[in-house]
Design a protein around this ligand. Structure first.
Ligand code: C2E
Ligand code: CA
Ligand code: CA
Length: 754
């Protein structure tokens, strides 16, 4: 398949882009939602984490306070003990000692205080006997350091006293109530759960007055510091134990917020304090914050999506405009050939229907343009486009191609019905007032091969159209189908083109000359250079075959130059040989006239052989008029100003010969052989009138005449009877002959007549 075509089709603007864009929108929506949710979750987690670290540090402060209270108590009791020690023994039983103890009980809030000896027996501040010798802890007591123990829900400070001689004297014991006033210890911000002091076996040994006295620590099932971010059911969880070691959380019921427990050591006997906090109320604020942040994120996402949609819509509009511009034919305002190509390609690849590509154009459109001007000519194209669009059926396509060329991709069944359809179309075109009088030529290529590009189909349809175009002028339209012969012709043309460069290098092109004779004197007066291609294998290819092929590309320019030079070489040689030479004309194809420097180049070439300019003549065909008329006229003028004669070739074969005679400043008119060939008897008279008047006209304009292709004695006699001195170039006198034979003719004509 044609790559270019493939690319164009792949780049199908707009349609295919929509899909990725919607995917992008959906993806970005998902990503944004995930990001938003994660961000909200992260925010919430951070807030809860922050709150908990705050509570944790409050818990730490509380633990430190408890530690301070205990150590303060102990040092106060120690001070008292030291004072008591100073009293003279055995004044322990005295009123003073009890007064000390009584003071301490009153001012420090102890439940009782007493003194015991190393046997565990003593008295309290009210002078009651005390015996702790049977207490569990008593035997483990250290006689040198303070002990704090818990017994029967009571905290006991036990301070040993030592005298100046470092001898143990007695223990002072203060008993604390197990309920501790919370306002003495708890920070104001702490909420309602209070605190508990636990021994190393996690037994509650004391608790704050706002705590639940029946609290059973062992009933707490630890949740590894895991807290639910908000309502545990919807948001998710966060685990703090990794970061805040003291936090333990517990769920009281599956539907409520957890109770958070913060546990810290109080620095006494591996005891800890745990502070409870119900997360319910305080965390509601967090929930609000969460809602706020979700709302914010949602707004941002919504805004983003709206912007994205606006962007998409604008993009789609721009695409639409671009597509319109891309598929617009600037001449007709309809869809253009690019679109046509894409549609046709798509259909042919689908392979569902049989199609034919029909190319058509208008006869003599250029002339129509010249006569009516471009504005009117464009109106014609617009009208054709309109009728053509109305003519095609569903699943058929059409577009303006270039200049007056149009293409249609029509459903195809057989040749007969296609011909009928095209005739019907031709009638529709002719029925339009603005197209009245125009004739159309159709070329049909049946698109049965998927691998043939649309470009090529169009080329082939055009080729068949052009092949038949000039055949029959009586028809309103010509319809020609691309055939196998045409295909072979194309192959042959390609072959011929390939061989051109080698043929030039190997000098396969040979100079033949056809003599021109004076009609009256029958003497050799001039010659025309005609190329012959003799291939290395000895076979000849007719110029009628290869010249039109070379005319379609640059080859003919090289060949024309080659022929001019060949003639120059011969003329030089003959002159050098002392011969009296005659002017030889060389054909210049219309393609050569595209070069502005043509005249100069010929001048240089001829001068390089030091030839008199009147020895070289140049033949121009009327068809060169169809290209750049101004440039042609300019080049012809230049050539003539350099002293070269210029002839107009095939005069009368074209359609505006008289016009070109008027516009083109020339020296010689070459009457086309068509005037003299294949003429029926009835036409002889007409033809003679035209010939006579053309010769007369030329004579009056001071233009010389050469008659080509005069084949019979009658024609020669008739021309003679006209009385004008013209030249004859025809088989009647001689066919084109190799330059060597022409040399013999010159030599012969140089000999004096007997
Ligand atoms: P043309 O320029 O009109 O050349 C005259 C053609 O008419 C020659 O055909 C010649 O053989 C043929 N002819 C001459 N007298 C008669 C006759 O009495 N009867 C018939 N039936 N034909 C006659 P040729 O040589 O085959 O050339 C055909 C065309 O090819 C030429 O037509 C010319 O247009 C082109 N051509 C030939 N050589 C060259 C060249 O070197 N350069 C260019 N640009 N074109 C060339
Ligand atoms: Ca010629
Ligand atoms: Ca001719």
């Amino acid at each position: 398949m044609n790559n270019k075509e493939k690319n164009t089709i792949n780049s199908n603007i707009g349609r295919s882009k929509f899909l990725p864009t919607s995917i992008i929108i959906i993806l970005s929506f998902i990503i944004l939602t995930i990001c938003g949710m994660s961000y909200s979750g992260y925010m919430l987690d951070s807030l809860i984490y922050y709150k908990n670290s705050n509570y944790d540090s409050m818990a730490k402060t509380t633990a430190n306070k408890v530690t301070d209270i205990i150590s303060n108590d102990c040092s106060t009791i120690q001070d008292y003990a030291n004072e008591i020690c100073k009293l003279e023994y055995p004044s322990v039983n005295t009123y003073i000692v009890r007064a000390y103890l009584g003071n301490m009980v009153r001012y420090n809030g102890y439940s009782t205080m007493y003194i015991v000896n190393d046997d565990g027996i003593g008295f309290d501040y009210l002078n009651n006997d005390v015996d702790i010798s049977n207490s569990e802890f008593f035997h483990d007591l250290d006689y040198t350091t303070q002990s704090i123990v818990c017994q029967d829900d009571t905290l006991l400070y036990i301070i040993p006293t030592i005298d100046d001689d470092n001898q143990f004297k007695f223990f002072i014991v203060a008993e604390l109530p197990s309920v501790i006033s919370s306002n003495k210890i708890l920070l104001e911000d702490w909420n309602d759960m209070g605190f508990y002091i636990l021994d190393s076996d996690k037994n509650v040994i004391a608790y704050s007055d706002d705590a639940d006295p029946n609290f059973d620590y062992t009933s707490i099932s630890y949740n590894d510091g895991q807290i639910y971010s908000s309502n545990q059911n919807d948001i998710g969880t966060i685990t703090f134990s990794k970061f805040i070691k003291s936090i333990k959380s517990v769920l009281t019921s599956p539907d409520t917020y957890p109770t958070m427990w913060y546990e810290h050591s109080i620095g006494v006997n591996d005891w800890t304090i745990i502070l409870g906090r119900s997360s319910t109320n305080k965390d509601a604020e967090v929930k609000d914050l969460l809602s706020l942040s979700i709302a914010m994120v949602s707004t941002i996402i919504a805004t983003f999506i709206i912007i994205l949609i606006i962007f998409m819509v604008r993009n789609a509009c721009a695409n639409h405009k671009l597509k319109k511009a891309l598929y617009l034919d600037t001449v007709t305002g309809g869809t253009n050939w690019l679109k046509f190509k894409q549609d046709a390609y798509r259909e042919i690849q689908k392979g569902k229907n049989r199609y034919a590509l029909v190319s058509f154009d208008i006869y003599k459109y250029r002339i129509f343009c010249d006569i009516y001007g471009h504005k009117r000519a464009n109106e014609v194209l617009v009208e054709i486009d309109k009728i053509m669009n109305g003519f095609i059926k569903r699943k058929e396509y059409c577009a303006h191609n270039t200049a007056d060329n149009f293409d249609m991709f029509l459903l195809y069944t057989d040749e007969k019905s296609m011909r009928e359809r095209l005739k019907e179309f031709s009638s529709q075109l002719s029925a339009s007032q603005s197209l009245n009088g125009l004739r159309f030529a159709f070329g049909v290529y049946v698109a049965d091969n998927k691998n043939v590009s649309i470009n090529r189909m169009s080329t082939m349809a055009n080729m068949s159209k052009d092949n038949d175009k000039l055949k029959d002028f009586t028809l309103k339209e010509t319809i020609s189908f691309f055939t196998k012969e045409m295909h072979d012709k194309i192959i042959r043309e390609t072959e011929i083109l390939k061989q051109f460069d080698d043929a030039i290098l190997n000098e396969e092109f040979q100079l033949f000359v056809q003599p021109k004779y004076d009609l009256m004197l029958e003497t050799l007066s001039a010659g025309e250079a005609l190329v012959r291609w003799k291939k290395s294998d000895g076979t000849f290819i007719s110029p009628a075959e290869f010249i039109p092929i070379f005319e379609n590309n640059g080859c003919i320019i090289t060949l024309d130059k080659y022929m001019v030079e060949s003639v120059c070489k011969k003329q030089r040689k003959w002159l050098d040989d002392g011969l009296k030479v005659v002017p030889i004309s060389v054909n210049l194809s219309r393609a050569s006239f595209a070069d502005k420097t043509l005249a100069k180049n010929i001048l240089r070439l001829v001068d390089s052989y030091k030839l008199s300019h009147n020895l070289i003549e140049l033949e121009v065909t009327e068809s060169a008029f169809f290209d750049n008329k101004e440039l042609l006229i300019d080049t012809v003028k230049k050539l003539r100003s350099y002293g070269f004669s210029v002839s107009i070739d095939d005069f009368g074969a074209g359609y505006s010969s008289l016009n070109s005679l008027k516009e083109l400043p020339i020296d010689i008119v070459k009457l086309d052989g068509g005037f003299f060939r294949d003429i029926d008897n009835q036409d002889v008279e007409k033809s003679n009138i035209i010939v006579y008047n053309t010769i007369r006209l030329a004579h009056e304009l001071g233009v010389r005449v050469v008659a080509e292709g005069v084949e019979t004695t009658e024609q020669i006699n008739y021309l003679r009877s006209l009385g004008y001195n013209i030249l004859i170039q025809s088989y009647y006198y001689s066919k084109p002959i190799p330059s060597s034979e022409f040399e013999d003719l010159i030599k012969l004509s140089n000999q004096p007549l007997d």
